[in-house]
Design a protein around this ligand. Structure first.
Ligand SMILES: [Zn+2]
Length: 111
């Protein structure tokens, strides 16, 4: 399960940076074109956080839409799925946004 490995690496990065500080909230950005399913990440997050300094932390996931630019007509358009096709009919497009998978912020509680 792809999301389990991704979620584990996110948690590892947070713990490596923050140590044992109790985390109350994690905000992630998962682009619509990243291929990562936010609901699966939510599930994995709850499972993997149990017994760690992140136990009970809230998970907020933003899902930025995809954007692409057409190399033929120069137009920019929104992508909601993996079909890279410009409204002009060209498939020669470059993806500008929507593949992000990153930690936007982490909130740390006070002991
Ligand atoms: Zn076009």
């Amino acid at each position: 399960m792809h999301e389990m490995a991704i979620t584990q690496s996110v948690l590892d990065a947070i713990v490596a940076r923050l140590g044992e500080a109790p985390v109350t909230c994690v905000r992630l950005e998962i682009g619509r074109l990243s291929g990562v399913v936010p609901d699966s990440v939510r599930f994995c997050f709850d499972v993997l956080c149990a017994g760690t300094s992140l136990e009970g932390a809230r998970l907020d996931i933003a899902e930025p839409a995809g954007r692409a630019r057409c190399r033929d007509c120069g137009g920019e358009f929104t992508l909601d799925d993996f079909i890279l096709l410009c409204p002009c009919g060209s498939a020669d497009v470059s993806v500008l946004a929507g593949r992000e998978l990153r930690i936007a912020s982490v909130e740390v509680g006070h002991v």
